[in-house]
Every structure is written in structure tokens, then in C-alpha cells.
Design a protein around this ligand. Structure first.
Ligand SMILES: [Zn+2]
Length: 277
């Protein structure tokens, strides 16, 4: 059994402000490192539970921001981790193909969700017929590949969204949102204990959890704003494709900050015919 663990940081127990990457104060750096440690422990609990449930391969995707958040030297050495520069090729869920189950750790609610911790990214399918957050978008892309999403952790709003869309999913709220920036949270050691139990249970009954499939063709667009505060605006014109996964990839290619195989934000230029463009 191959288990794919997709991670973000905003849904971790103890997290309730957006990361401030511009503030170099020692207080802020200490806070960010602390959040990374909390994420690392939650991910490690999920990794250990995956092996306990019979996995022979566990891939962790460090997917927040720079892709350099998880302190992987502290992770169970049986897993492998995808991290770092993520600007070339289909990069959001690399190596997902062939997985038997998707596990989501640290998820946040979709943009505009009232009273949820740091909500952002609102994906609209067919103009809003279905709305997805980053977590349920990952579930839909996995669904196109026939992979069930079996477990999600995050705040009470993102877990509610999952229960609505995937009723059989194992969903663990590690914190209750009181405002976009205030939560009533489990203590991290408790959150990790419950994540371990939940992931193991979810994988053991993965046969009962159907992949989340949104039949195509679909028209897809993304809404967000500076600071992620409503009103949200459409980031780019919508894209239509046969499946959610194809539409996502097409959309991602057109995002102003994506430079597939051309040039990375730090100036790195890929070799080959695309170089110099
Ligand atoms: Zn994030």
C-alpha cells in the first residue's frame, strides 16, 4: 500500500495567524519555527500510523509556501519527502499517481469561509456549482486518478466541508475556529495522538471510502485577494477541461507566478529549449 500525505501548515493545532515571511524579528522567526515543529509532529504521527496500518511506501509532500517547512530530519526514516523548488512540471501533487490513499494534514478552509482559521483559495467549478478549498481540490485531483481521500485534519470548518463532500472520510478537527485568527485548539500532543488513531482507522477501512470524483467537463476558476480577506476576486479567466485534474493543470500553467520549465522566481533558468525565454 502506497500512502500519499499532502500537507499544509494553516490547519495544524496551535496555528492561527498567516505566516509573516517579511518580518525578520527573532520573535517572528521563533514563532515560525515553532509552527514548523508542530506541523512536523502531526505529519510524523500520520506517517507512523500509515506504516502501522500496513503501508509499505509513504510519501510526504511538504506543500506550504516554499515547500521547506517540515523538519524532515525528525521524521520517521521509513517515509520519503517531496520538498523544495516546485516551479517546474505538474508540481502541486508530484508523484501522486499509483497511490492507494490520500491523507491530508494541516488543511484550512476555502477562501471566504466565515469564522475559519486563515481561509484562502476558493476554487469555483462551473461558476460556483461546486466550491472547493485546497484540501477538497487535492481530493478531487486524487479522485480523477481513482485514489480515495481517507483522512483530513484541520479546523472545524474544513473538516465540515469534507464530511459534506466525502461522507465516509475520517475527519479530525484539531481546533475550533473562533474568528479567522483565533482558535480553541487541542494541545499538540493530543492532536498527534488523535491523528495517529484516525489515520490508522481511515487506512484500515479505505475500501469503504470512494474516491471523490467530480464528473467533467468542468470550468474552473480561482478566487482570492491580497491578504486573503474578502471581497475575493477572480485571479484569472476560467479554464475548461475534461476533468478537474486537467483543468487544474491548465489553470496552474497560466498563473502569473508559474513559470513551468522556464524561469524560477529566484532567477534560476532551466536548461533546454526553454532556457532564456
Ligand atoms: Zn499553506
Amino acid at each position: 500500500m502506497k500512502v500519499y500525505i499532502q500537507t499544509d501548515i494553516e490547519g495544524v493545532a496551535g496555528f492561527c495567524f498567516f505566516e509573516d515571511r517579511a518580518n525578520g524579528s527573532s520573535e517572528n522567526i521563533e514563532h515560525r519555527m515553532r509552527m514548523r515543529r508542530l506541523l512536523t509532529h502531526e505529519v510524523d504521527a500520520a506517517v507512523k500510523a500509515s506504516f502501522a496500518a500496513g503501508a509499505d511506501e509513504v510519501l510526504v509532500n511538504d506543500s506550504h509556501g516554499s515547500g521547506y517547512n517540515i523538519l524532515f530530519e525528525e521524521l520517521d526514516p521509513r517515509c520519503r519527502i517531496i520538498h523544495g523548488r516546485n516551479c517546474s512540471g505538474p508540481h502541486w501533487l508530484p508523484l501522486l499517481e499509483g497511490s492507494d490513499a490520500l491523507v491530508l494534514i494541516g488543511m484550512h478552509a476555502m477562501g471566504g469561509t466565515p469564522v475559519s482559521i486563515t481561509p484562502h483559495s476558493l476554487w469555483k467549478i462551473d461558476g460556483g456549482r461546486i466550491c472547493l478549498g485546497e484540501g477538497t481540490m487535492a481530493a478531487a485531483i486524487a479522485g480523477d486518478l481513482g485514489i480515495p481521500t481517507v483522512f483530513v485534519s484541520g479546523d472545524d470548518k474544513v473538516t465540515a466541508e469534507f464530511r459534506e463532500k466525502i461522507p465516509a472520510v475520517e475527519a479530525l478537527a484539531v481546533k475550533q475556529a473562533l474568528s479567522p485568527y483565533q482558535a480553541c485548539s487541542l494541545i499538540p500532543s493530543k492532536a498527534c495522538e488523535l491523528i495517529g488513531q484516525g489515520v490508522r482507522r481511515a487506512l484500515e477501512r479505505r475500501g469503504e471510502i470512494a474516491p471523490y470524483v467530480i464528473p467533467g467537463p468542468v470550468t474552473l476558476s480561482l478566487f482570492d485577494s491580497d491578504g486573503h480577506v474578502p471581497p475575493l476576486r477572480e485571479i484569472m479567466p476560467p479554464v475548461t477541461a475534461g476533468t478537474v485534474g486537467e483543468a487544474f493543470l491548465e489553470y496552474e500553467k497560466k498563473m502569473p507566478w508559474t513559470t513551468f520549465d522556464l524561469r524560477d522566481p529566484d532567477g534560476f533558468v532551466y536548461p533546454g529549449p526553454a532556457a532564456g525565454r
